[in-house]
Design a protein around this ligand. Structure first.
Ligand code: GCW
Length: 646
């Protein structure tokens, strides 16, 4: 019997909940992965097997008029038909049906049509061949061991099911920082193993992507250069593509992190990014492959004294001039914000700016800067805000999905911990990403409620408190973290816990430049001119302190501590207040969680309680370090006279 956490959102329905299946199903129609998964799901969720003597017929069929990944569920008193545009669509239909049954929806009136908003719903794993995971907070890799592919077949299959059940259809398994071991994945030696992984995921409609090293032609091909303008280098990539597709004919493509954080790339050779991307695109093109080219490029050797460089401007400067110059099978993978997955930052100005180039919008499910799966943090709430951000006066970021944004991508938060994600409630983030990539119009509230109900059962006495905690968790974390869009202020390298000046004098380009009177970087047209990268509607919004969303004030403006916010609080008092509140909120989370004792599986109760206790420690540390820092700098006391440990 698998443990509670391992089963994630594919749980057996709780005894006595309204979701108990009220009929005995008889299965008809197409046989294959969809019918197998239906039988498996019925058994594990409801303890029932379809039978010839069943009293309600579920028919699985293909319907050519539907898009390949689309499906319909049409039920009446005599039975329900799942129609899929292809076997893949049918599989999604079966998962859709099973979760609706788990949520207690009646079959007789079911009338659903689902078509994904984007064709590519992608998970990037940052797993290294030695089994470690970069920014992984849930144990070791379940893809790699001891320098090569190594896995537990059953676990991998269970993972494939989990991902497919929420519509994820492409995964890269190796880190974008490609080290010599994982560079080998595209060689004759490495490919048979990778092909076996692809084989596990294939039936579930999931294709593999490989992260490749820009210097592969030199490292693996024995060439003197990896310069993409050299014919032998282009030939290397053509041969590599042929080799890879011989082993994995349905490979989704390659993923490249070039010219970023000490990686080599076109810029290092005096070329523009299209010069690299297009050569690889051409090699992949005959096989229908795509090259995902990351836009996370900035100067990571900056001198903190130099105020002429502003890191958030980097990606736009590098890529916007190249719009229209990329081959059609290049997808530019853009992090949602211009900094780096901070708790609060504006959207990347590249989103909406490049109209001629397909883009992948990159999220981070792994909680690098957002509590590392120790602190509770529902990423879906942040993603909803990101999608709700205007690009122009008449276009929201959400509207780009399915247009320029042809892929939704996220960095995975999974590892070989028994419950996959370390913090049990962090499973909600993986779940939400899949569903949001399928349908970006879904609200965080809907996603969190569904996840809680599928995981813990539909009893409102359980769903309400847990869903509410999740929905509040982003704001609570932000309250005790780095304030008002400043970002960073984290301990260097591992990025957990506070260090207000940790990055202040380093080369990474992340400075807040606090003095005894003011803090922040002026990124308006009077300062670094970062705002000029946006459409004028959005630029004007951010330029003006009065219209700039307050939670982003210190991202865009340099302000004195006594600057008055709309609430009437000064900037500094706001910082003190939110930091005191954040800790109290975490205490409240613990109290709420304790009301669930005995109502949910003990294993889950205790595991989460343990994480919340650790979160409280972290929140206290943040509160006291941040408040102390600002008090020492400004000399201004807390109006409410609370303890600042000065
Ligand atoms: O956020 C930073 C991380 C790096 C990561 C990089 C990236 C994989 O600190 O660990 O490297 O982003 O996205 O490439």
């Amino acid at each position: 019997m698998k443990s509670f956490g391992y089963r994630a959102w594919l749980q057996p329905v709780a005894e006595g909940t309204k979701a108990q299946l009220g009929f005995l199903p008889k299965l008809a129609g197409l046989k294959g992965i969809a019918s197998e998964e239906f039988v498996h799901g019925l058994d594990t969720r409801f303890g029932k097997k379809p039978s010839e003597d069943g009293d309600y017929t579920i028919t699985l069929e293909l319907a050519e008029k539907l898009p390949p990944e689309g499906y319909t569920l049409r039920g009446d008193l005599s039975g329900l038909t799942v129609s899929g545009g292809s076997e893949k669509g049918l599989l999604y239909g079966v998962y859709g049906l099973l979760s609706r049954l788990s949520l207690g929806e009646p079959v007789e009136t079911m009338n659903v049509k689902e078509v994904p908003a984007v064709a590519r719903r992608v998970l990037n794993h940052w797993d290294n061949a030695d089994g470690s995971i970069e920014r992984g907070y849930a144990g070791r890799s379940f893809f790699f061991k001891n320098g090569r592919i190594g896995y537990d077949l059953e676990r991998l299959k269970d993972y494939a099911r989990l991902l497919a059940s929420v519509g994820i259809n492409e995964i890269s398994v190796n880190n974008v920082n490609v080290y010599p071991d994982s560079a080998q994945l595209i060689t004759e030696e490495g490919l048979p193993d990778l092909a076996k992984v692809a084989e596990v995921f294939r039936p579930f409609g999931i294709r593999i992507i490989v992260a490749v090293h820009f210097d592969s032609p030199a490292i693996l091909g024995g060439l003197e250069t990896s310069d993409p303008t050299v014919p032998a280098v282009a030939k290397y990539w053509e041969d590599a593509a042929k080799r890879v597709y011989k082993h994995i004919p349905d490979l989704a493509g390659f993923l490249m992190k070039a010219d970023s954080e000490f990686r080599s790339g076109p810029a290092a050779l005096g070329l523009t990014q299209d010069a690299g991307a297009n050569v690889i695109a051409k090699a992949l093109e005959p096989f229908g492959g795509t090259i995902y080219w990351r836009c996370f490029i900035y100067n990571c050797k900056q001198d903190w004294r130099d105020k002429t460089i502003d890191r958030p401007k980097a990606a736009y400067n590098e890529f916007f001039p190249l719009d229209g110059k990329f081959a059609p099978n290049v997808i530019l993978q853009v992090k949602h914000g211009p900094s780096d997955f901070q708790v609060r930052e504006p959207n990347s100005p590249l989103l909406g700016a490049m109209t001629q180039t397909p883009q992948g919008l990159e999220f981070q499910i792994s909680q690098e800067y957002t509590g590392q799966q120790i602190d509770l943090y529902a990423t879906a709430v942040q993603w909803e805000e990101i999608l709700d951000t205007p690009v122009t006066e008449s276009c929201m970021t959400r509207d780009l999905v399915g247009r320029e944004v042809t892929a939704m991508v996220a960095v995975s938060n999974t590892g070989n911990d028994d419950n996959w994600t370390g913090h049990l409630l962090a499973q909600a983030n993986l779940y939400a990403f899949g569903r949001l990539a399928w349908n970006p119009a879904l609200s965080a509230e809907q996603l969190m409620r569904d996840w809680v109900a599928l995981t813990f059962g539909t009893d409102p006495a359980i769903v309400e408190p847990i869903a509410n905690m999740l929905l509040e968790s982003r704001w609570v974390y932000e309250k005790y973290n780095s304030p008002l869009g400043l970002g960073w202020m984290v301990n260097i390298s591992h990025h957990y816990g506070p260090s207000p000046e940790g990055y202040e004098y380093m080369k990474w380009g992340t400075y807040h430049r606090a003095t005894h009177t003011a803090i922040g970087v002026d990124r308006t047209t009077h300062g670094t001119e970062y705002t000029a990268q946006y459409h004028h509607y959005v630029r004007d919004l951010y330029e003006n302190k009065k219209t700039c969303p307050e939670k982003l004030l210190l991202f865009f403006h340099r302000l004195p501590y006594n600057y008055k916010l709309k609430s009437g609080q000064t900037l500094l008092q706001y910082i003190y207040d939110t930091h005191f509140e954040g800790v109290e909120d975490v205490k409240r989370f613990i109290a709420t969680w304790e009301t669930l004792n005995g109502k949910i599986p003990q294993e889950a109760y205790e595991a989460v309680r343990d994480r919340l206790t650790r979160q409280l420690e972290n929140a206290r540390e943040w509160r006291d370090v941040i408040n102390n820092y600002f008090y020492r700098l400004s000399g201004i006391a807390d109006e409410k006279g609370r303890k600042i440990y000065a």
